[in-house]
Design a protein around this ligand. Structure first.
Ligand code: ISE
Length: 337
């Protein structure tokens, strides 16, 4: 049984605590921490585990063998670095840090520690549909991928959502999963702004269109839309030399009512990707038993953040900019699946 401490008991943190308690048999949550003490204490009482006001104290608890970080994005790097310093495996929700520099400091600390400890929460890589797309691409059946059309639509956004978060907090999923699907890094990036959706918060650039070119010249367009007004909807179509493949929608019941046929579209990611999250945590626990994480690495977190930073700059400068990811260090070459 892997004894886990969870820092951050907001929506995704509580969902992971439930998952590691009720679904994943190999994990047990033994401690939690939350910046809002009352909330953290309530969750600790519900699950019968220890509560720490400070994340650092949870990391230092000898009962905690591995740490899951689900706090605000701008605290991720601090806690990940503390876990590396303590020599404890750490699963960090995306993004790994709020800038490429922050992510690079994690990469450097992990390499100095001499073994992989960090895994980043890019759950799309565990979704059955994305995994099937990747298998087909790798089999060569559709030839080399030429174009990807993707979209990431959220039902609605919080008041504090910013134009940069659209890329670095939401669009970062596509940045990572498409790099993983196509098996190559990006060469350039650009962002098109669009006439604003009138239901978006004033001043928010919504939607935005991210345009990426891979090193081999494949082209990607991604609509990132925070105010779809109808549901949480993730789409992806890969057009290859000999065929095109499309991400399946999750299976939902076909209803025939009121002279109409309809399928439910979920309202958020925790339902849309519920199986992916379960698989992600079960494979993470399994990998730790076998010696260390094999999922999305700190390098993947850095690569995604560097592309996101570049896209934000490209949008602000209305330019097409090169995405200058350095050569992958040998340490990370076999990492990520
Ligand atoms: C959220 O943090 C997620 O990870 C979701 O997958 C994404 O769709 C949403 O936009 C993010 O805010």
């Amino acid at each position: 049984m892997l004894h886990v401490g969870v820092i951050g008991c907001g929506m995704i943190g509580r969902d992971h605590i439930r998952r590691m308690t009720d679904v994943i048999t190999a994990t047990q949550v033994v401690a939690v921490s939350d910046a809002f003490a009352e909330n953290g204490k309530r969750v600790a009482a519900q699950y019968g585990c220890a509560f720490y006001e400070q994340g650092e104290d949870l990391i230092a608890d000898p009962n905690v063998e591995a740490v899951v970080i689900c706090t605000a994005d701008d605290t991720h790097a601090r806690f990940v670095l503390a876990c590396i310093a303590a020599g404890k495996p750490v699963f960090c929700e995306k993004p790994l840090g709020v800038s490429a520099e922050e992510c690079l400091s994690i990469v450097e600390a992990e390499m100095a520690a001499g073994k992989r400890l960090v895994q980043v929460g890019f759950m799309r890589r565990y979704d059955r549909g994305y995994r099937q797309l990747r298998e087909i691409i790798r089999s060569g059946e559709i030839g080399a991928p030429l174009i990807v059309h993707a979209c990431h639509r959220n039902l609605t956004h919080n008041d504090w959502h910013t134009s940069d978060m659209t890329i670095k907090n939401s669009g970062i999923h596509e940045i990572d999963v498409l790099r993983w699907l196509l098996g190559e890094d990006y060469a350039t990036g650009q962002v098109l702004t669009v006439k604003q959706n009138s239901s978006a918060t004033e001043g928010l650039l919504d939607p935005q269109i991210m345009l990426l070119e891979t090193k081999s010249g494949a082209r990607i367009d991604v609509e990132v839309n925070m105010s779809s007004g109808y549901g949480y909807d993730i789409q992806c179509e890969v057009v290859g030399e000999k065929g095109a493949i499309r991400l399946p929608d999750p299976a939902t019941i076909l209803k025939r009512t009121n002279c109409a046929r309809s399928y439910e579209i979920y309202d958020d990611w925790s339902k849309r990707f519920i199986e992916a999250y379960d698989t992600e945590f079960s494979e993470w626990a399994q990998s730790l038993k076998q010696g260390g994480p094999v999922g999305p690495s700190a390098w993947d977190g850095y690569a995604a953040c560097l592309a996101a930073d570049t896209l934000i700059r490209a949008r602000n400068e209305r330019a097409i900019l090169p995405i200058e990811l350095p050569e992958i260090p040998a340490f990370y070459r076999s990492a990520g699946r």
